[in-house]
Design a protein around this ligand. Structure first.
Ligand SMILES: Cc1cc2nc3c(=O)[nH]c(=O)nc-3n(C[C@H](O)[C@H](O)[C@H](O)COP(=O)(O)O)c2cc1C
Length: 164
């Protein structure tokens, strides 16, 4: 059997919200790396996600930009807000392995708070954060090395968890 097939395959489910495309760009970069490592990846936009999607796969990635949802700055993207705070508010993540990606802009006082909201959601719904959150401040274009380094750590961590 080739070394490729000896490695435990990890299935990754990624749910994200993106309005101007920045979060989607970061998610695409990460997921491309995961696919290149021969793992299975599925992505779903928050507006189409159902609560049970949070439980699919060996590992979950949640990703959102920061918005002024409801008027106040420093909130989740409106689609992620509607998903996590309304439709999926009662989900039990049951020890699910989760990694978080947050985006923001340093022209706002509450920079990249979406990352904090996502982390809090994971903790309060009994998920396990498996690596430090990826925080992309300002446009992601030109920040590919940071994104890829984070994806490499994610791959290592999620593969190790899968084989345990
Ligand atoms: C209406 C609006 C409100 C925003 N509010 C914040 C904010 O409070 N804090 C922050 O860090 N960034 C804020 N941003 C910046 C976005 O989070 C940032 O541009 C992000 O990269 C957008 O990701 P997306 O294109 O995937 O939606 C805001 C952007 C817009 C358009």
């Amino acid at each position: 059997m080739s070394p490729m097939y000896n490695r435990a395959m990890v299935s990754v489910h990624c749910i994200y919200a993106s309005t101007s495309g920045h979060t989607e760009y970061v998610v695409d970069q990460c997921c491309d790396m995961v696919r290149q490592a021969h793992h299975d990846v599925k992505t779903r936009r928050a507006e189409q996600a159902q609560p049970e999607d949070l439980l699919k796969g060996d590992a979950l990635i949640l990703a959102s930009g920061t918005w002024n949802t409801g008027g106040a700055e420093g909130q989740l993207n409106p689609h992620m807000h509607a998903f996590l705070r309304e439709r999926a508010k009662d989900i039990d993540l049951k020890g699910k392995q989760v990694a978080v990606i947050g985006l923001g802009d340093d022209r706002y006082h509450f920079t990249c708070r979406a990352a904090d909201h996502l982390e809090e959601f994971v903790r309060t719904h009994h998920g396990i954060l498996i690596e430090p959150t990826l925080r992309i401040i300002n446009e992601p274009y030109g920040q590919e090395k940071i994104i890829k380094d984070w994806a490499k750590t994610f791959l290592t961590t999620s593969s190790r968890l899968r084989s345990n």
